[in-house]
Design a protein around this ligand. Structure first.
Ligand code: ATP
Ligand code: MG
Length: 568
């Protein structure tokens, strides 16, 4: 188990603790190298944000806030073919929901298209960029490999006027997609492939969500990114490890252009999560292939999916704090994310009773048409949450699993002749199990002890089991959706197509569940605990006729088990 996984001491309330990024910032501020911290979160609007992005958001916005600086939200919108306005809006909503605010600092790489273009001409004039007519395949063939140097192409030594003329005509729309590119002229023999004359501009005749038809050449991410940081005065440009090899290229651009500031890039490990795929490309495939309902399917690791599933934003921030920020890649156990939700919800969520797989119970000695109103505690962890009335009557539902006709030794719940406690109500004894023609138990005939109101026997006899229940006549019927991991293995796709690892049981839909009446008045985005079951919230597909609940997490904490096993 990696250090990142076992680290549990930090919480969202401290100053973010120590990690190498915060240590760097602290040192830069102390030495005067940095006057005020500026970071940025730079998503490409080609999909929804996922829990991996949350790590980056919490780091960038969190560290900036802790050190009195600011964090920009910048859309890296350089590829109009894959980007959409709808994604821009979803990303803004998700960052806000996670609890962060960019104030007036909402930017887009496309804001800098004119400046980036002027700097491209600047590099041409300095003899440091050229227009190449090679096709994409030819460029690849010239690039060489990790062990072989690249080869210079026939267009590399074009004159400055010819390069300027061709770039301007590229911009004016004279050429077809892919006919030419602008490349930086660095070193085809460099040991770092990123420095072998990387592409700066490509021709793409496509409308852009923000600049419309103004451009038909678009800067590459590698050319746009560092200059965007420089324009915004970003001091600490934090990105994931796979960009470490790109840093010399970013630095080359910064050194060769009259940029207004010099950002420095630092790389940290991306979040990998067991049983989960964190790649927008893969998540797009799940949506397009209809393997999930949409980007906000509660089984998706997207922020929209987690939110719909009932994960509180504070639990995600807590998770980000606990996994910390490290230099080495590792995989975090998804059970830790669930643990963070459980721990928070245990403190904050009100308790309710809901019977998911109902079995009818008739209390034979309880009068017909009578209702008793009992007091149920809303949250034992929070006395201030008070109590609520729960109606009790002659016909009830209990959980099918809470009865066994022929119980094994350690089963203490209901069985013929056995007594159990109905939470907040009475002690009841099972007298008979009624079966249908197929031999299945369809109803229990029970009696109750009228002297046990509240759930304690007046003669002090001990009753082990406490069951949840719902009065039939007062029950609300609802659909309840139970979720399991979307994939059956911790490393989906490791042995081939990730679609082969999809879990066929990732969603279980239970219809006609019986809920206590207080659940009729649930505001959206609140999470409650169904006693003995887990945490649940209303799904947006709820209608007045058919409430729909999502299970956020079950009560059983597999993370606690993992920790106990590892001695953490
Ligand atoms: P994906 O790899 O899922 O396709 P991406 O890196 O292409 O994501 P961007 O929109 O470019 O997505 O990412 C925005 C920021 O989020 C980047 O700075 C990137 O480094 C960071 N980021 C993306 N995935 C992760 C992750 N799994 N863990 C931490 N940070 C991440
Ligand atoms: Mg990316």
């Amino acid at each position: 188990m990696s250090g990142a996984e076992t680290k549990t001491s930090e919480s969202e309330t401290d100053d973010g603790g120590r990690d190498f990024v915060r240590d760097l910032i602290r040192a830069d501020l102390a030495s005067g190298r940095t006057a005020a911290v500026v970071t940025r979160f730079p998503p490409e609007p080609n999909g929804y944000l996922h829990i991996g992005h949350a790590k980056s958001i919490c780091l960038n916005f969190g560290a900036a806030a802790e050190f009195g600086g600011r964090c920009n939200l910048r859309f890296d919108d350089t590829n109009p073919v894959k980007e959409e306005q709808a994604f821009i809006e979803a990303i803004e909503a998700d960052v806000r929901w996670l609890g962060f605010d960019w104030g007036v600092h909402l930017h887009c790489a496309s804001d800098y298209f004119v400046q980036l273009y002027e700097w491209a001409e600047h590099l041409i004039r300095a003899g440091k960029a050229y227009v190449d007519d090679l096709s994409a395949d030819e460029i690849r063939a010239h690039r060489g490999t990790l062990t072989e140097p690249g080869r210079e192409g026939p267009y590399r030594d074009r004159s400055v006027p010819e390069n300027l003329d061709l770039l301007r005509r590229m911009r004016a729309g004279e050429f077809a997609d892919g006919a030419r590119v602008l490349r930086a002229k660095i070193d085809m023999a460099s040991g770092n492939i990123n420095l072998r004359d990387p592409v700066m501009y490509r021709i793409v005749h496509a409308d852009h969500p923000r600049t419309g038809t103004q451009w038909c050449i678009y800067p590459t991410y590698d050319y746009a990114h560092g200059q965007s940081d420089a324009i915004e005065g970003v001091t600490h440009s934090l990105c994931t490890l796979e960009f470490e090899d790109h840093r010399p290229l970013y630095d080359w651009f910064i050194e060769n252009l009259p940029v207004p500031s010099r950002p420095r890039q630092y790389e940290f490990a991306r979040l990998n999560l067991s049983y989960t795929m964190l790649s927008k490309r893969r998540l797009t495939e799940l949506v397009r292939g209809a393997h999930v309902a949409d980007w906000d399917d509660p089984r998706m690791p997207t922020l929209a999916g987690l939110r719909r599933r009932g994960f509180p934003a504070a639990a995600i921030r807590d998770f980000a704090g606990r996994i910390g920020v490290a230099k080495a890649n590792s995989t975090v156990d998804v059970a830790l994310l669930e643990h963070c939700a459980r721990e928070l919800l245990n403190r904050t969520a009100e308790r309710r009773m809901a019977v998911l797989r109902p079995l009818k119970v008739v209390i034979e000695n309880y009068p017909e048409h009578e209702t008793d109103t009992l007091d149920a505690i809303n949250n034992p962890e929070d006395p201030g949450a008070g109590t609520r009335p729960v109606p009790f009557s002659r016909v009830l539902y209990i959980e099918r699993d809470d009865f066994m006709e022929d119980p094994p030794k350690k089963f203490f719940r209901l069985a013929p002749g056995r007594e159990a406690r109905l939470r907040y109500a009475y002690l009841v004894t099972c007298r008979e199990a009624v079966k249908d023609a197929a031999g299945e138990v369809v109803e229990l005939r029970c009696t109750y002890d009228p002297e046990s109101r509240g759930g304690t026997a007046s003669d002090g006899r001990k009753v082990k089991a406490t069951l949840h229940w719902v009065s039939a006549e007062h029950a609300i019927e609802a659909e309840v959706r139970l979720y399991d991991h979307l994939f059956t293995r911790p490393d989906p796709g490791a042995d081939g197509d990730f679609r082969d690892d999809l879990n066929p049981d990732s969603l279980t839909v239970l219809e006609r569940c019986k809920l206590e009446p207080a659940l009729a008045a649930m505001p959206p985005e609140t999470v409650v605990q169904f006693e003995r079951q887990g945490y649940f919230c209303l799904d947006p597909e709820t209608t007045p006729e058919r409430p729909v609940f999502n299970r956020t997490v079950a009560l059983r904490d597999t993370w606690a088990k993992v920790k106990a096993r590892d001695g953490g």
